[in-house]
Design a protein. Structure first.
Length: 290
């Protein structure tokens, strides 16, 4: 069978950068950094006709060619309808439902469903749509996706530089202070989360349930879940970070990525998108407006 071949011409204005960083999102069949590194290791990529490696530096003007044996390509496509909250030629924001991974080795992921749900970009550096951050398997809410290689790189840099403001809502158990800052390290790394209690209702089983606004200033794995657990007010439905006898089964984790605010890396327009609270939040706080 014929090989899969993709060719990319590096713009002349590009600043020197390692190919394994520059090439993320450049090739349709290599949507992630890990996929790109595997292709480099297997010597599927050449630069100006020379086999590339993870040490190859891109300086501008190169011809980068990807040649993958056809049998290596995943031919199946995941059909999974997604709600699109915003979309242009460069990026998109979608609603991630609970119960699905954002990306990874599994076929059943948001990343594999994006092609069927988003319009192809008409830009010269159009790439396979790629999530630029993660949400936990059980978390719902806004997910930011890049649609061009340049935008994917810019968004990754914005997350690294903390230029994307994320707001979450959770339902937390027990008596809480009205607001505060949690600085408990996560995985031995600095972690900072601000919280503010928006509403509190009485609960026969959990004593009190709180609608909490959360603003993470760092992005550690499971940070918000671990932080609320650390102050004795774990998230309702969390079966990993919980208090004894206070686990709600069958309803999922009550954690929702509510809003993203950032400067569009290409148009330079301010973007602020809200994904309304799920119905299960409304059942606990029925008159809460989004």
């Amino acid at each position: 069978m014929p090989d899969i071949t993709e060719i990319h011409t590096v713009p002349s204005q590009v600043a020197p950068e390692r190919l394994q960083e520059y090439g993320v999102g450049v090739f349709y069949t290599l949507p992630t950094k890990s996929a790109l590194k595997k292709a480099l290791k297997k010597e599927y990529i050449t630069v100006n006709g020379v086999t590339a490696s993870t040490a190859t530096i891109i300086r501008g003007g190169e011809i980068v060619r990807l040649c993958v044996p056809e049998e290596k390509k995943q031919l199946k496509q995941l059909v999974f309808p997604l709600k699109v909250l915003f979309e242009d030629e460069y990026l998109a924001l979608i609603h991630k439902p609970a119960g699905i991974l954002v990306s990874g080795n599994s076929f059943y992921t948001i990343a594999n469903a994006l092609v069927q749900n988003l319009r192809p970009s008409n830009q010269a550096d159009a790439a396979k749509p790629q999530p630029v951050h993660r949400l936990d398997y059980a978390t719902t809410g806004i997910l930011l996706v890049g649609k061009t290689s340049g935008c994917i790189r810019a968004l990754n840099k914005m997350f690294e530089d903390k230029e994307v403001k994320k707001t979450y809502y959770a339902v937390a158990i027990g008596l809480m202070e009205k607001e505060g800052t949690i600085t408990t390290p996560v995985d031995a790394k600095e972690a900072v989360s601000f919280f503010k209690v928006i509403r509190t209702v009485e609960s026969p089983r959990f004593n009190k349930l709180n609608l909490v606004q959360l603003d993470p200033k760092t992005g550690r794995r499971h940070q918000l879940r671990k932080h609320l657990h650390s102050i004795g007010s774990p998230i309702l439905g969390d079966k990993e970070y919980y208090l004894k006898d206070l686990v709600l089964n069958g309803k999922g984790v009550y954690l929702h990525a509510y809003a993203l605010k950032f400067m569009h890396p290409v148009t330079k327009e301010p973007i602020e998108i809200i994904d309304p609270l799920p119905g299960k939040f409304q059942k606990i706080f029925p008159d809460q407006t989004n």
